[in-house]
Write a protein that binds this ligand. Structure first.
Ligand code: PXP
Length: 237
């Protein structure tokens, strides 16, 4: 049964729309955990467009499940992670102009940089995951740089406009999960998952945790955080 990691970045997006204090992602994390979330995920971007340093520090104190920090392989953010020590770091590519994380990390192209970040974070006692496209070469490269886990990008599956594309994306995700598991990495998945498309992915037996943000926060605006998380948890499990 897959676990549910709730990404609360977009609670902070609403707050930053007014550069104010509400809604507070710390409150959202408490409600998500009360409703059954198995983990809380935040992305501290270099441009600080949603999550702020203060959120990370308070959540480190208050999250009772598991805190997953998404971040780029940047020296500044690595130093913050080593100081705050989330339970897990997920390394992601980051471009300033993108609306959200677009593709997976190209571990092959950036092998030295990624390997160095993985080593520094693991030496600091942090469990390290790499967000990668559903691509067997990227899975193998992730194992070579000694990642503890991979998070398989499900965006191509979620955004597929036709059955054929959806099917072929699903196959890639399925095979990537199998290989990552065989290579003894923990297998997570996420991006673009919602109340309609999550079940098929949640059925993949190798998946340990799904990370879901936008669809849960969108539903929470209408029905409340606890109900939105409880409904997603029901689908995932
Ligand atoms: N996983 C990673 C690595 C991400 O960058 C994001 C988006 O922040 C998610 C999962 C969640 O994606 P979504 O908000 O589409 O559920």
């Amino acid at each position: 049964m897959a676990k549910l990691g709730v990404n609360i970045d977009h609670v902070a997006t609403v707050r930053q729309a007014r550069r104010g204090v509400e809604p507070d992602p710390v409150h959202a994390a408490v409600l998500a955990e009360l409703a059954g979330a198995d983990g809380i995920t935040i992305h501290l971007r270099e441009d600080r467009r949603h999550i702020q340093d203060r959120d990370l520090r308070i959540l480190r104190e208050t999250v009772r499940t598991s805190l997953n920090l998404e971040m780029a392989c940047s020296d500044e953010i690595i130093a913050i992670a080593l100081e705050v020590r989330p339970d897990m770091v997920t390394l992601v590519p980051e471009k300033r102009e993108e609306l959200t994380t677009e593709g997976g990390l190209d571990v092959r192209l950036n092998r030295d940089k990624v390997a160095d970040a993985v080593r520094r974070l693991r030496d600091g006692g942090i469990f390290v995951s790499l967000f990668i496209d559903p691509d067997l070469d990227q899975v193998k490269e992730s194992s070579k740089v000694r990642a503890d886990a991979v998070e398989i990008h499900t965006g191509g599956y979620a955004d597929a406009a036709t059955y054929e594309v959806s099917h072929s994306q699903y196959e890639k995700i399925f095979e990537s999960c199998k290989l990552a598991h065989k290579l003894k990495m923990v297998v997570n998945a996420g991006h673009g998952l919602n109340y309609h498309n999550v079940r098929q992915i949640a059925r993949i037996p190798e998946i340990y945790e799904l990370n879901i943000g936008h669809s849960i926060v969108s539903r929470a605006v209408l029905v409340g955080m606890e109900r939105a998380v409880r409904e997603m948890k029901g689908l995932v499990s």
